[in-house]
Design a protein around this ligand. Structure first.
Ligand code: HEC
Ligand code: HEC
Ligand code: HEC
Ligand code: HEC
Length: 412
């Protein structure tokens, strides 16, 4: 969270010097808006979002999106935003932000009366505010759904200015937007599209129910959330990764065996490699050219993006000899040198140790693993700290290398 806020501060104070809004001036510019969003920013209808108390930066961002039609398309709002200048947007944002938000009325979203009167009893899903709260606070790591609370804050009060408050928003509107993100049609936002894609319709209703009843205090048990957080760095990195796709594949899953996969690789390791391609510590004519124009921040974002992607399986057939070397190492009697077991640094499942900059190896192709071991052996690649890999590779024969590569690339 600190990281997200920090990078946002950089963005907000650095590149995007926002026009400071004037709430008083904004008040005179919203006559048209009141028809739908209410005279006090509280909309009388479930179809229109409340704007009172919403972050000004978020409002400005949305108005720009409606105007440009790139990230958000809505037939009603596009023409509303079309005539607004940046200054108008800033003033309007400041004005709505200054208005007090009031709680959703107790019966908001409640349709018990009408459904009871419905003549045909179709088995209807009964949304659960408790389930919604649980999903909101914990997410679901197994389906890569980030915890909403991480960005939208406790009970929907976000601390980051371009993340919308969800508290006191119409539940119907929240559900509609989640469907929009899920369909990835009317609304584009990398993080939200990723999470909403995996939400079921029932879960969307649960989330709506939670916001209809924020007093639903569930006994949500603290559970470890291990989904890779989609931070601002990941989002920024995605855009920059387009330049890498020709060789490293879609989302870092290279399909040509000689190119390494970057999907699921440790972010720190990726940054280290990019720095070293740039300064010449690791030599490769193609990659030094690719890394040359990258700033350190670019590298961090690219690392974060690739680390958050899921790698496809490697092409190894498996090998018993390879397995022995991987888990037990070996002794080269001719050189009188012993090879440390690979498992010590690359882990039991070949996932590496990200924080230590020990790379993940599982999922890489046999060809790439082989090429790197041979480069360490011949001294063509010398960027390993304390010659950790060079000392190992010198003691491996061509056959050893082939067997261990077949084994590593078959690891799941
Ligand atoms: C005719 C009704 C109507 C009018 C008039 C209108 N809006 Fe909207 N507004 C909508 C609807 C509908 C949406 C939701 C669009 C969607 O589903 O994405 C919306 C969404 C928004 C949002 C995004 C809110 C969020 O939480 O993401 C902002 C900001 C906004 N309107 C500002 C304005 C401003 C400023 C004006 C006046 C210049 C205005 N609107 C006039 C109907 C209206
Ligand atoms: C990584 C941060 C992040 C996480 C985690 C996250 N969101 Fe969002 N969410 C955003 C951002 C950013 C936007 C605004 C997108 C835009 O600018 O259009 C947004 C917009 C929304 C909106 C539209 C609000 C409006 O006023 O139009 C809803 C609803 C929403 N998120 C619900 C959720 C739910 C439910 C979850 C958990 C399943 C979740 N979000 C998790 C960042 C996040
Ligand atoms: C024209 C093909 C090509 C393009 C485009 C390309 N790369 Fe590479 N990349 C390679 C090759 C080949 C290697 C392996 C070099 C070696 O054998 O040492 C590599 C290696 C890497 C490695 C080291 C991987 C590891 O497991 O050690 C990283 C990190 C990397 N590239 C990142 C990037 C990024 C980021 C981009 C986009 C900005 C990019 N590459 C664009 C060909 C390419
Ligand atoms: C003492 C720790 C250590 C041991 C033991 C070890 N490695 Fe490594 N390995 C590393 C480090 C650190 C790197 C990354 C070097 C760098 O920063 O470029 C690496 C890199 C590699 C790479 C290149 C990965 C890539 O994406 O380019 C391969 C392949 C590899 N090791 C295979 C092996 C095999 C096979 C064994 C066992 C025979 C082994 N390693 C044992 C630490 C170790």
């Amino acid at each position: 969270m600190k990281r997200i806020i920090f990078s946002l501060l950089v963005v907000l104070t650095g590149i995007n010097v926002a026009v400071a809004g004037d709430a008083e001036a904004g008040k005179n510019k919203v006559a048209l808006c009141a028809g739908c969003h209410g005279a006090n920013g509280i909309s009388p209808s479930d179809a229109y979002p409340n704007l009172a108390g919403q972050h000004a930066d978020y409002i400005v961002k949305q108005l720009k999106a409606f105007k440009n039609g790139t990230d958000r398309s809505d037939a009603v709002m596009a023409p509303m935003a079309a005539g607004l200048s940046e200054e108008d947007m800033a003033d309007i944002g400041a004005y709505y932000n200054s208005l007090p938000s009031t709680p959703v009325t107790a019966d908001a979203g409640g349709d018990a009366g009408t459904s009871a009167a419905a003549p045909v009893a179709v088995a209807k899903y009964e949304p659960s505010a408790i389930a919604g709260k649980s999903l909101y606070e914990l997410g679901d790591a197994s389906r890569s759904i980030g915890a909403c609370i991480g960005c939208h804050g406790k009970d929907g009060n976000s601390e980051v200015l371009i993340y919308p408050n969800l508290a006191k928003q119409h539940p119907e509107y929240i559900e509609k937007q989640l469907h929009n993100f899920k369909a990835n049609e009317n609304r584009t936002n990398y993080a939200m599209n990723e999470f909403a894609k995996n939400l079921t319709d029932e879960e969307i209703q649960d989330l709506g129910a939670y916001f209809a009843d924020t007093s639903a205090v569930a006994n949500v048990k603290a559970k470890k959330v291990i989904a890779v957080a989609i931070t601002e760095d990941v989002i920024a990195g995605k855009a920059k990764a387009a330049a890498c796709a020709a060789c490293h594949g879609d989302a870092g899953n290279a399909t040509v065996a000689m190119y390494p996969k970057l999907a699921g690789q440790g972010a720190e390791y990726i940054v280290k490699q990019l720095k070293e391609f740039k300064d010449g510590t690791r030599k490769d004519p193609v990659m030094s050219g690719m890394a040359a124009p990258l700033s350190e921040q670019d590298m961090v974002e690219l690392g974060a993006y690739f680390a958050a992607q899921k790698a496809t399986a490697g092409n190894g057939k498996g090998s018993e000899i390879g397995r022995k070397i991987y888990f037990g190492g070996k002794t080269n009697h001719i050189l009188n040198q012993s090879v440390t077991a690979c498992v010590a640094c690359h882990g039991a499942t070949g996932k590496g140790m990200a924080k230590a900059e020990f790379p993940a190896l599982a999922n890489q192709s046999v060809e790439y693993i082989t090429s790197q071991l041979k480069k360490f052996r011949s001294g063509e690649r010398v960027n390993d700290r304390s010659k950790m890999m060079q000392n190992i590779a010198v003691a491996l024969s061509d056959e050893d290398i082939n067997e261990v590569a077949q084994f590593i690339s078959s690891l799941k």
